[in-house]
Design a protein. Structure first.
Length: 445
């Protein structure tokens, strides 16, 4: 049992959650958009705390646990997890420092930006190589593993473009990087949010939803269709985008074509997920699955919003509201929902796995009290949706109130995660002597 546990996944989750709470506090204080421009350095600080600190760290932690189970092979190099975590944390702090330099909040240490890029590329590099070799060593990996591979390729593109921007902003790289910086930001943002985070989340959700709802797996051919459409979308954005930037022609055609292909991907994914829900054997859905559905609903709402805004030709004016709903409703909502189950599952595996068959063991669900967590999740999603409306209506004060509500709701959810880890909600009879709570921040294996 212990062999299936990733020692440091919980540490990644803890660091990720700390960054999420910091981002929410900054938004509550009115730091960054909508109190500063979308491309202002303060906004870039918040964007990267969310994208790298929260979402990418949580995703890396989850993949270290999930990929070996998915391909039934041990992780290539367990020992790389902590160095990667340190490199990513140092790199992120330097990147935030670099953005603060651009905003005049720190002295002119512009060298922070390329240094940050170096650390981040090294950190993400360790994660990518470790996971890619793990998948490669499995002879016939399952469909969802290919989504992870597509996600990792997108991560390389995101980090590559981000590093190029960092060098350009520090005055290195000449005219070519300057042109890339002027026109290439949508490529970086789409490869990161759409490729790395969304494609990977899709792949993981196929397996986790099937597992937690006791559904039959989606037909391999259908998964392949979704995967091809999704990879083609990101490939078109990155390769096509770079080509038109090099040719100095307009990028709009590439972005609109990729948008249509992206819609087809999401329609195909939606069909797969509906078939998972319909074939489920667990009739009473657990909280994590219900909340994942709320995350998926946020994705659907974001897509509808984008279509309506595009038809009314107001998309550029409301791009931030769309990005906010994708980052906090879809991606963060799904990650928080899945963390609620994964933390309980890993805690159960670590605590009761070795004693299985020898003592009376609780079910995974006995480690949590869903009624208590449900109200925090409801508060979280309601505040994210209110925040989106506030951005659409251009109401910054209302946005700050929504951000405060998100912070409180997140703290409420985190408290439940800590209680789960501490076995605080397990009935006394199921905690005989000899059974003690695992370490909060790592697995003792
Ligand atoms: C090696 C890692 C990364 C580096 C060095 C980096 C660097 C940068 C830089 C320098 C910019 C600003 C360009 C400008 O406006 O002048 C930027 C923008 C952006 N980055 Fe990153 N980035 C990295 C990773 C990521 C990741 C993983 C994501 C998402 C998952 C991401 C999402 C974004 C977004 C959405 C913007 C546009 C923000 C806005 O215009 O408000 N970045 N990045």
């Amino acid at each position: 049992m212990g062999a299936n546990l990733s020692k440091w996944t919980m540490s990644y989750f803890a660091v990720a959650i700390a960054w999420l709470i910091l981002a929410e506090l900054l938004m509550t204080m009115g730091f960054g958009f909508p109190y500063a421009a979308a491309e202002a350095p303060d906004t870039l600080v918040v964007v990267h705390i969310v994208c790298i600190g929260w979402l990418s760290m949580a995703m890396c932690g989850a993949l270290f646990q999930f990929v070996p189970v998915l391909v039934a092979k041990p992780l290539f190099a367990e020992g790389w997890q902590i160095p990667a975590l340190v490199l990513l944390t140092v790199g992120l702090v330097a990147l935030l420092g670099g953005f603060m330099v651009l905003g005049g909040r720190l002295p002119a240490w512009l060298w922070l930006l390329p240094i940050a890029a170096l650390f981040l590329v090294a950190g993400f590099g360790l994660v990518v190589v470790d996971l890619a070799i793990t998948v490669w060593r499995a002879r016939a990996p399952m469909g969802p593993a290919y989504f992870v591979v597509a996600g990792l390729c997108s991560l390389c593109a995101t980090a590559g473009l981000g590093s190029a921007f960092a060098c350009a902003l520090a005055g290195q790289g000449g005219q070519a990087l300057g042109t890339l910086l002027t026109s290439g930001i949508p490529l970086h943002a789409i490869a990161g949010l759409g490729g790395w985070l969304t494609l990977t989340a899709m792949g993981v959700s196929y397996r986790l939803l099937a597992m937690f709802m006791l559904s039959s797996d989606v037909d391999g051919r259908r998964i392949r269709t979704t995967l091809i459409a999704g990879s083609a979308t990101i490939g078109l954005v990155v390769a096509g985008g770079l080509l038109v930037i090099a040719m100095e022609t307009r990028i709009d055609v590439v972005l609109v074509s990729a948008g249509l292909l992206g819609l087809a991907t999401l329609a195909s994914y939606g069909r797969d997920i509906l078939s998972l829900y319909h074939s489920r054997k667990r009739t009473k859905l657990e909280l994590n699955t219900k909340m994942a559905a709320w995350g998926l609903s946020s994705l659907v709402a974001a897509v509808l919003l984008a279509v309506i805004l595009a038809i009314s030709r107001t998309f550029p004016a409301h791009l931030e509201a769309f990005a906010f709903l994708i980052a906090f409703g879809w991606l963060s909502g799904l990650v928080l929902a899945k963390l609620y189950k994964i933390v309980a599952f890993l805690t159960w595996l670590e605590t009761y796995g070795p004693a299985l068959g020898r003592i009376a063991t609780p079910r995974v669900q006995d480690l949590v009290i869903e009624r208590r967590a449900a109200k925090w999740f409801a508060a979280y999603f309601l505040s994210v949706w209110s925040g989106t409306v506030a951005l659409l209506l251009d109401q910054p004060s209302m946005f700050r109130i929504a951000a405060f509500a998100m912070t409180v709701a997140t703290l409420g959810i985190v408290r439940q995660l800590i209680r789960t880890r501490r076995l605080a909600d397990v009935a006394g009879s199921l905690r005989p002597s000899g059974i003690s709570a695992p370490h909060l921040l790592y697995a003792s294996i």
